[in-house]
Design a protein around this ligand. Structure first.
Ligand SMILES: *[C@@H]1O[C@H](CO)[C@@H](O)[C@H](O)[C@H]1NC(C)=O
Ligand SMILES: *[C@@H]1O[C@H](CO)[C@@H](O)[C@H](O)[C@H]1NC(C)=O
Ligand SMILES: *[C@@H]1O[C@H](CO)[C@@H](O)[C@H](O)[C@H]1NC(C)=O
Length: 925
């Protein structure tokens, strides 16, 4: 959440930087032109890089080389000799290439440049391949050599020495997949001593950045081959397929900015950087497939997507055909630590990326259900009333959230004694219905000598320091605040301890946490954040780790909750800021959106992009944070939000109350139905969370992830897949009469409400219905559901399942169901059920999807299958035979009914009585 305008005004007056009355939002943030490293980098011409590789050899299983400037080879004749850089190429299983470039540490640079710790998972190093030999190669008539090393049986990495270039190619065809510096834009500003008269300071809107280490930026070009579109690099409120930012016909576009910022009322369709940053780009094309490029660097980054022929000025024209997409990456500090992923399928790239940064954590079941939030539920009575109303209106929900006003004067880990006198009792009442509570804990600590947390943090020296070495003091919700230095493992561990029941008084085991404002947001800081010359442990400047600050905070909080529960229960922590690896610690949301149709629409590309970059547990505030949604918009938002991996309604302080029962009976009914859809699909979602947890494949998927050769899907971002089985199309306009849906693939699709069939590979124009947005089950899939409505997900754990079988043209289908205790880590020792359902030759078979040796612990369930619905089967069969029970059942023939609509007759088998844990078959007779 973000402060109202008047507070900005007040806090800005405090630092005497007057705000213009208009367009202040935009002016508050730097554009590329106002950012010297970005301006310098963008001014470079192709071919400007004069580095060449020398001394190429194998060392410790890596290819290592020195990069020297060929124009300055003789230091004796050069007044300012440029020291060599060290390049290291390493190969990992699954054809992952890692390329690092840093200063030569043996030459004593003024400072060790920052390498981002604890993002790469420890298991990754074990996948390293020890390179044995370098093959020298002459390309074309060119007499200068290249060094080639093994990457996998299908791929190899090539280092061209002069001019410098690194690329990955397919062995069989010789075709390139990805390359760096093919256009000679590489630049690396080495740390050096200040020259006489040189001024390193930078000023922006009354803030001075002392920049004691001077220029240290890095930039280079990366090319993707066989590419039709590039995606990724969140977080921006823009389209899924990234648009070119430079090139003919593109005027004054900003690059995509990656800089974690608390942007007030962000605008849709903008390359502007908002709360989180993941420097991971994915390319997809019909001819080659998918590839990915990841740069592990936490400083401000700016990325240009170059349109075809972008650099006509310099006389070098890039082909507009040949399906290559060129990109240009710039950062203020840090090192080159990059990863090349070859794919070749979309899911392969996700597997490769999460091999490096980790797969998403498995959430508790309750966290995958509906969350109710508002800034703020006023007091215990308000909480009790809201909770009671959900029951009264028969609307399930799982979590009630408390924003900053629940605290004693914005002192986290405390309660306002007048408003929340009995927090434990309040939580216990919710827990009795299987519900949970979430409270907010932000990283800014009120500078109040009588506040225990401030006292401890000050005494222990745990705050981030300003450029002069004093505890940094910035303005945030509590007023004057300091910020915990989350870079230090020791401080993170101390922070984690704050969540123990002894330290966090009033907390109970059903209480979980929300980390907001962790970009970090500083109301009176430059660009509403921390000064770049602030200092973290080990003398690391804030500029070097800015984008990872919120990540370490999220990590510390999640680890604290695990410790609180003696490592037994999975944590739940929602964070606004994020960085690569955040997927291991919890959920994120898209921050402070607005109650308008454009924000409803942009939520889909934003969440698809997050899923593509590992952060699949994500959602947008349902209803829009700012402003008052019309009932129709709110209903549409619930209908769409029911498919967000993280599903939460939230609203700003100044908005009208908007709980689902406040808009008249019909709208209450519509919102109830939307939330019911989510609860029915919880078994499917939970199975998808597990798939993400094991493979990195996201829950929400762009259509091209499931239909990678269907070009029609490549830039679609109003429809999306939930897993491989459901396609959902949003409705993003007011009083829509019709909605067009493109259904990909050669198989058909079934309307989930009626079972009506639609052909794949074409666009269908449908009536826009009030009661739901279009959703289709793909032929050839089986979706598990739980159709009994309860108060919360935790009260559904003993409920039976429904299987919806959607047959394809060969009258076959398959699907999966994953179940565990929904809470503990026991699933990691094998305490789970994972079933595979296959329908073939008129027979449904349930078998174990796990490997028999996959664990020590067991998980058991008495749950049964209560209903089987078969879509796409001709009428005729009258009976079903359940084996091994040898039980004969009647098959019912009748229309499917959901939301009052009905369609063609489908087959239904009721109460087959089989247990989900068992092997069985059901034969259609
Ligand atoms: C799945 O999630 C758990 C945390 O919930 C995590 O410890 C584990 O590493 C993840 N990945 C796999 C493959 O289990
Ligand atoms: C039908 O679905 C089954 C199971 O998903 C699959 O194996 C089969 O290839 C599909 N047949 C057609 C014609 O798509
Ligand atoms: C089970 O084993 C097969 C073959 O070894 C492997 O491909 C698969 O990934 C394993 N599945 C799980 C869930 O571990």
């Amino acid at each position: 959440m973000r402060l109202p305008f008047f507070i900005i005004l007040i806090s800005s007056l405090l630092i005497s930087s007057p705000l213009p009355a208009r367009s202040w939002k935009k002016d508050e943030f730097r554009n590329c032109n106002q950012t010297p490293f970005c301006r310098r980098a963008r001014a470079r011409k192709p071919g400007a890089c004069s580095l060449i590789a020398t001394d190429v050899l194998i060392s410790d299983g890596n290819l290592v080389a020195k990069l020297i400037d060929k124009n300055r080879e003789d230091p004796a004749t050069d007044l300012d000799p440029v020291k060599p850089l060290i390049l290291t190429v390493s190969a990992y299983q699954d054809a992952i290439l890692r390329l690092k470039i840093d200063e030569d540490q043996t030459l004593d640079p003024p400072k060790k440049r920052f390498e981002v710790p604890e993002v790469i998972i420890p298991e990754f190093e074990a996948k390293k391949l020890w390179l044995q030999k370098i093959v020298k190669e002459q390309i074309g008539g060119d007499s200068k050599p290249s060094s080639v090393v093994y990457l996998s049986d299908g791929y190899e990495a090539v280092l061209r020495h002069d001019p410098l270039e690194i690329y990955v190619r397919e062995k069989s065809s010789g075709n390139r997949v990805l390359s760096m510096n093919s256009h000679g834009l590489f630049d690396f500003e080495q740390l050096r001593t200040k020259k006489e008269g040189e001024d390193w300071e930078e000023k922006f809107r009354g803030h001075t950045d002392t920049r004691p280490y001077g220029p240290q930026s890095i930039s280079f070009d990366v090319s993707f081959y066989g590419s039709d579109f590039v995606y990724g690099i969140p977080e921006h409120a823009t389209s899924l397929a990234l648009k070119p930012t430079r090139g003919p016909g593109i005027d004054h576009s900003e690059p995509y900015r990656l800089f974690n910022l608390d942007v007030f009322e962000y605008i849709h369709d903008s390359p502007f950087g908002i709360y989180g940053s993941i420097p991971f780009m994915i390319s997809h094309g019909k001819s080659r497939g998918t590839s990915g490029f990841f740069w592990l660097n936490a400083a401000e980054m700016q990325i240009d997507v170059l349109g075809a022929g972008w650099d006509a000025d310099s006389g070098i024209s890039f082909p507009s055909s040949g399906n290559r997409i060129d990109t240009f990456w710039m950062t203020e500090a840090g090192i080159v630590d990059t990863f090349f992923f070859v794919g070749p399928g979309p899911k392969d790239v996700l597997r490769q990326y999460t091999t490096v940064t980790g797969t998403p954590a498995m959430p508790q079941l309750f966290a995958t259900a509906y969350h109710q939030c508002r800034w703020n539920y006023r007091d215990e009575e308000d909480v009790e009333n809201v909770d009671a109303k959900f029951d009264e209106h028969d609307i399930p929900y799982d979590v009630l959230w408390l924003d900053i006003e629940h605290t004693d004067g914005k002192r986290y880990f405390t309660w306002d004694k007048a408003l929340f006198p009995n927090p434990q009792e309040m939580q216990r009442k919710l827990a009795a219905k299987g519900r949970h509570m979430v409270t907010i804990v932000d990283p800014h600590i009120k500078r109040d000598d009588s506040y225990f947390l401030h006292e401890d943090a000050t005494k222990l020296g745990y705050y981030v320091k300003d450029a002069t070495g004093k505890d940094y003091d910035g303005w945030c919700w509590p007023g004057s605040s300091s910020y915990i230095d989350m870079l230090s493992p020791e401080i993170r561990s101390w922070w984690g301890e704050r969540f123990s029941y002894l330290n966090y008084l009033g907390s109970t085991p059903s209480l979980y946490i929300w980390n907001d404002m962790n970009e970090p947001s500083v109301f009176n800081g430059p660009e509403v954040s921390m000064p770049r010359d602030a200092l973290h442990v080990g003398g690391v400047e804030h500029r070097e780790l800015h984008n990872a600050y919120g990540y370490y905070f999220h990590m510390a909080t999640a680890d604290g909750l695990i410790k609180r529960a003696d490592e037994k229960d999975r944590p739940f922590v929602l964070s606004r800021a994020f960085f690569p690896g955040s997927q291991r610690y919890g959920a994120v949301w898209t921050g402070d959106n607005s109650a308008d149709w454009d924000h409803l629409r942009v939520s889909i590309p934003m969440l698809l992009t997050l899923g593509l970059t590992g952060m699949t547990f994500s959602g947008a505030d349902v209803g829009g944070f700012f402003g008052n949604p019309e009932a129709e918009l709110l209903v549409r938002w619930y209908q769409l939000g029911a498919y967000y991996p993280f599903f939460r309604g939230h609203a700003h302080h100044d908005t009208k109350r908007r709980e689902p029962w406040l808009f008249g009976e019909r709208n209450t009914e519509l919102m109830r139905e939307a939330i019911h859809v989510r609860y029915m699909l919880l078994p499917y979602f939970y199975t998808l969370f597990r798939e993400a947890n094991t493979s990195g494949t996201p829950i929400l998927r762009p259509l091209w992830m499931e239909f990678p050769s269907d070009e029609e899907t490549f830039s679609k971002d109003e429809a999306f897949m939930v897993g491989n089985s459901l396609l959902v199309q949003g409705i993003f306009t007011e009083r829509a009469k019709h909605v067009s849906v493109y259904l990909p693939g050669e198989q058909s699709w079934y309307d989930v409400r009626t079972g009506a069939t639609y052909t794949g590979g074409s666009t269908h124009k449908l009536d826009a219905l009030e009661e739901s947005i279009p959703a289709f089950q793909r032929a050839g899939t089986i979706i598990p559901r739980r159709d009994r409505f309860r108060r919360s997900s935790t009260q559904m754990t003993n409920d039976p399942f429904t299987l919806v079988i959607a047959l394809n043209s060969s009258k076959a289908a398959e699907g999966e169901l994953y179940i565990d205790d929904g809470k503990s880590f026991n699933f990691k020792q094998g305490a789970y059920i994972h079933r595979r359902f296959v329908f073939k030759d008129g027979k449904l078979t349930s078998s174990d999807a796990r490997n028999s040796s996959s664990g020590k612990l067991m998980f058991n369930s008495d749950c049964t299958i209560e209903r089987i619905i078969i879509l796409g089967h001709a009428a005729g069969p009258k009976n079903a035979l359940v084996e091994p029970e040898n039980l004969k059942l009647e098959i019912e023939l009748g229309p499917l009914q959901l939301h009052g609509r009905s369609g063609p007759a489908v087959l239904t088998i009721r109460k087959p009585g089989v247990l989900v844990t068992n092997d069985w078959t059901i034969k259609i007779l």
